[in-house]
Design a protein around this ligand. Structure first.
Ligand SMILES: Cc1ncc(C[n+]2csc(CCOP(=O)(O)OP(=O)(O)O)c2C)c(N)n1
Ligand SMILES: [Mg+2]
Length: 336
């Protein structure tokens, strides 16, 4: 029989067993989900593009842990984790990847275009930088309606040299919009390293240009992400002040399934070195050592996550493809 769940709080971590369980579970869910998606892709069950965030799980898990369900999140094409942790049903996310009718977007959006109105997840955007002005617009709408929600806008380092990044940050600062700009700096935009694309590589410093609070964050440390996003969310909710967080992370796989290992533009040693800071292993050690969670707790979380992901794959497999009659629906909606 499994031992009773540990309920200790870790000294100095402000972390109790429930929070530890949630953060570990969320990171493991993203990892297992994407490992299974990669397998399904190899079997030809997923077509088109598939971008994995393996190695970057602490970002979605830490950041979302300080959001309310009615807050918004908006993201890039590397968004499976962001969407799952915002609350979407893993079965419907997997079905979307499989192009099946029970997917979040009826199987018509695929991996890069997840969208879940019920959980205020506003996509899934494949054009680099294109969703940043949309995030500013959502922030404007919140303020205009007198709400106190915030928008969490994830984007990659590849968006920073683009005009949209600067236009969106400028407007958010000027109009005091409640947007948390969260740059997932994984040091590469496809095969281009940060140093080859940016004149100024300390991305968080661009926030100073626009006079908004900004900071670099260790993206392999889920508690550091949670703390930094927590500070930004509190300010945004209270004062409608945007913030720029440069979350330093690393993708263990390549850019997409067409670049499976990312071996051409980075060395094996670099990847191996980064894997030593695997966010899941780091956090597991951190909660096991002081006894916040026991080995049995961790095994149970792993089993629950594996079962959930297996169920998601079976659900996606069983879901039919969308009928031809769906080809011309959801394309354009006239305003009321
Ligand atoms: C406007 C635009 N230019 C080019 C591309 C092709 N493209 C797709 S992903 C990508 C790299 C983006 O890298 P980054 O923003 O760092 O995100 P990451 O893939 O590292 O998560 C590029 C250039 C695109 N989708 N949109
Ligand atoms: Mg990048």
């Amino acid at each position: 029989m499994a031992k009773a769940m540990t309920q200790k709080a870790a000294p100095g971590l402000g972390l109790d067993a429930d929070l530890a369980r949630k953060l570990l579970r969320d990171m493991l869910l993203i990892r297992r989900f994407e490992e299974k998606a990669a397998e399904a892709y190899a079997l030809g069950k997923i077509g088109g593009f598939l971008h994995l965030s393996i190695g970057e799980e602490a970002v979605a898990a830490g950041a979302t842990s300080v959001l309310r369900p009615d807050d918004y999140a908006i993201s890039t094409y590397r968004e499976h984790g962001h969407c799952l942790i915002k609350g979407s049903d893993p079965r419907r996310v997997m079905a979307e990847l499989f192009g099946r009718v029970d997917g979040l977007s009826k199987g018509k959006g695929g991996s890069m275009h997840l969208f879940d109105k019920e959980h205020n997840f506003l996509g899934g955007h494949a054009i680099v930088g294109a969703h940043l002005p949309i995030a500013a617009g959502v922030g404007f709408a919140i303020k205009y309606r007198g709400g106190d929600q915030v928008v969490l806008c994830y984007f990659g380092d590849g968006a920073v040299p683009e005009g949209e990044f600067h236009e969106a940050l400028n407007l958010a600062a000027l109009w005091k919009l409640p947007v948390i700009w969260l740059c997932e700096n994984n040091r590469y935009a496809m095969g281009t390293s940060l140093e080859r694309a940016l004149a100024q590589t300390e991305i968080w410093k661009f926030g100073e240009t626009y006079g908004i609070p900004s900071e670099p964050v260790d993206g392999m440390d889920v508690l550091a992400v949670r703390a930094a996003v927590g500070r930004a969310v509190e300010r945004a909710r209270r004062d409608k002040t945007p913030a720029l967080l440069e979350v330093r992370t690393y993708r263990f796989r390549g850019h997409s399934m067409r670049d499976p290992a990312g071996a051409v533009y980075r060395t094996k040693e670099e990847v191996e070195r980064e894997k030593l800071r695997d966010p899941i292993l780091l956090f597991r050690d951190r909660v096991l050592k002081p006894g916040v969670l026991s080995e049995d707790d961790v095994k149970k979380i792993e089993k629950d996550v594996n079962d959930l992901v297996d169920e998601a794959v079976a659900f996606a497999d069983a879901s039919p493809e969308p009928p031809a009659s769906e080809l011309f629906t959801d394309i354009f909606k006239e305003s009321a």
